[in-house]
Write a protein that binds this ligand. Structure first.
Ligand code: ADP
Length: 491
């Protein structure tokens, strides 16, 4: 769940839950009155129905009824009238006593007096019935207690409870309910905030630990973060960054390793001819090459070794220039079909003068275009041809088959020879700098082991790929692909 949605939900819960709980509390409390038949002032305050107001003075009415049966003269005693009225006043009610048609006592507060004419006749309200009557400023609930007088006159006591008034103690009840609401709100607020905090803090801690790990260079620990909220997405980005850093670091170690190997090979490849040069020149200086024939042999070896070194240094310098982007590419849109046709024509002549067979198959559409540096691609093709020549078998006439075809978004070129081939252990390494397959077998074949690494660099700088399949003593096929110009490209 998104953090935003979670926060909105929590807010709604924090607001609604306490309200719901408070409402439930009211309902439960009010229901309890049905069971007990009694109401607290607070309940009365909030319910304020006729029944509730009426039931509020039940106890007092029962006492008055008792008097009516046993001490009816109490109703005429002004002290008792006052006392009773004071008791009723606690419940915001008051007492009115009428004998015959004469009101002998009226305990109403100001503005609460009943309309005496609307008081019920003797015997009108029986069995606890109540009547709603008009008072001066509002309505009220009236209960009637009849009593007989000795001289035969009949009397009535009325207990009147103004309906719209505030039940005594109501203000306190408000405070009581507000306090309850605050407590409920506090509890739900704290609980919901805690739940939210825990769900957020877990991910924050996870990321904190992960960044600490990364800072200390420990890139192995995966950051596990499921979910689709913002924090999970952040943790997932962090995990992608960690994976990337790990892969970069691994690559860096591999590069450093390859650079070390490269340096050691280069030292070796330069040292070997140099040792020969020093040895032979010392031989000459020491007068070992006494006859002209020997001298010629010594000088020729020195020359040949110097040429080897020169070649190696030239290729190395070429490679480093490419690597450092010192040789700029001149990319242009070229017609692939025409380009390869031209190359094949020239190569066929060259190879036939080297006594080798050459076949060429081009299945590209005549208008297929690629974006390439024609000079650099030519360099690739020449290198492949010159390797085919260099590593041809002594026991078989060299045959080179060159094919170009369309493979969807790319064109694929294939250069197949029937030469010495490359062992399966060496195949993965032939594009590495200074790698020369099976050095013992290649003895006598001049080379630096740089050519194919230059070829690979050029193809990859064109956004293409190059690979080789080979069988020892049967031949090799070099493949490379270059991206075609699609109609959408507006270069
Ligand atoms: P070099 O030819 O200067 O040794 P390359 O980088 O061109 O360097 O080639 C690397 C190695 O790959 C060669 O030493 C050789 O062993 C092997 N190789 C390349 N092309 C061929 C081929 N057409 N047939 C057999 N082996 C090859």
């Amino acid at each position: 769940m998104k953090l935003r949605t979670r926060l909105i939900l929590s807010f709604i819960l924090i607001v609604l839950l306490p309200m719901g709980l408070a409402m439930t509390a009211f309902i439960v409390v009010n229901h309890s009155k049905a069971n007990s038949g009694k109401m607290s002032p607070g309940q009365l305050y909030f319910s304020n129905t006729v029944d509730d107001l009426a039931s509020y003075t039940d106890d007092d009415v029962r006492l008055l009824e008792e008097w009516a049966r046993t001490f009816p003269e109490n109703f005429l005693d002004s002290d008792i009238q006052k006392q009773s009225n004071e008791k009723l006043a606690e419940k915001n009610s008051y007492l009115v006593v009428r004998v015959g048609t004469k009101i002998v006592y009226d305990g109403a507060a100001k503005g609460m007096h009943p309309d005496y004419d609307s008081l019920p006749m003797y015997g009108k309200l029986v069995n606890g019935d109540v009547l709603i009557i008009k008072l001066q400023t509002e309505s009220g609930i009236l209960k009637e207690i009849d009593f007989g007088k000795e001289d035969g006159k009949r009397g009535q006591a009325f207990v009147i409870t103004p309906a719209g008034s505030v039940v005594p103690g109501g203000e306190k009840i408000w405070l009581y309910y507000v306090l309850w609401l605050v407590v409920i709100m506090l509890i739900t607020g704290v609980v919901i905030s805690l739940v939210l905090y825990r769900s957020i803090i877990r991910k924050v801690r996870l990321m904190q630990a992960a960044t600490d790990d990364i800072r200390q260079g420990n890139l192995e620990n995966r950051i596990e973060a499921k979910g689709s909220d913002e924090l999970s997405e952040l943790a997932q980005s962090l995990e992608r960054m960690r994976a990337r850093l790990l892969s970069d670091a691994t690559q860096k170690v591999a590069d450093e390793d390859s650079n070390r190997k490269f340096l050691s090979s280069i030292t070796h490849d330069l040292k070997t001819p140099l040792t020969s040069i020093i040895g032979y020149s010392e031989g000459i200086l020491d007068g070992i090459a006494s006859d002209p024939e020997k001298l010629r042999k010594y000088v020729s070896t020195i020359h040949s070794k110097a040429v080897d070194m020169n070649e190696l240094l030239n290729e190395l310098s070429e490679f480093s220039k490419l690597d450092l982007h010192e040789i700029p590419y001149h990319f242009e849109k070229i017609n692939a079909s025409e380009y390869f046709d031209e190359f094949a024509e020239v190569t066929e002549d060259e190879l036939s003068s080297d006594n080798a067979d050459f076949s060429y198959k081009n299945t590209l559409d005549a208008d297929t275009e690629i974006i390439a540096d024609p000079a650099q691609i030519k360099r690739v093709l020449h290198n492949l041809i010159s390797n085919a020549l260099k590593y041809s078998r002594d026991d078989a006439k060299l045959s080179v088959k060159f094919r170009v075809k369309d493979i969807g978004n790319f064109i694929q070129a294939e250069m197949e020879d029937n030469g010495k081939g490359i062992s399966s252990e060496d195949v993965p390494h032939v594009f590495e700098r200074l790698f020369r397959a099976d050095k013992a077998r290649n003895t006598g074949i001049r080379g630096s082991g740089i050519g194919l690494s230059i070829v690979k660099k050029i193809i990859e700088d064109h956004g293409g790929q190059i690979w080789v399949t080979s069988r020892l003593n049967e031949g090799s096929t070099f493949y490379f692909v270059l991206k075609k110009v699609s109609p959408d490209d507006n270069t």
